[in-house]
Design a binder for this molecule. Sequence first.
Ligand code: SF4
Ligand code: SF4
Length: 115
Amino acid sequence: MKSWTCIEKCGACCKIDLNSRSNLSDILSKDDINLIKSMTKEDGWCKYFDKKNMKCSIYTSRPHFCRVDKFSKNFKEYKKEGDKFLINCCKEHITAIYGKKSEEMNRFKEGTIKK
Ligand code: SF4
Ligand code: SF4
């Protein structure tokens, strides 16, 4: 079994399109949704994503829904599939932003450890 792990210099999940993430509205409050909207720039990227250094500029105080390791446990799919669900979510995000054969995808695949 593979375990999920986030990689550095990715941020593919920091470009947020609420319309394509319908499962988010099931587990987020109205306040959370409003916060996401206020964080999202016109180009879809979170205003806190530092593109120069490819990292979150408010990492230690980022909202609860950005804390993937804890937040993901709220999804019914996580309860069923565990890390497989998270790995697939990251692959989707990385494919959409950087492409299937990107350096980010290679690094992500290398980071998912076989147990
Ligand atoms: S898409 Fe996945 S690997 Fe990339 S930053 Fe988000 S959680 Fe980490
Ligand atoms: S607050 Fe940080 S982790 Fe959350 S979406 Fe924005 S850049 Fe990404």
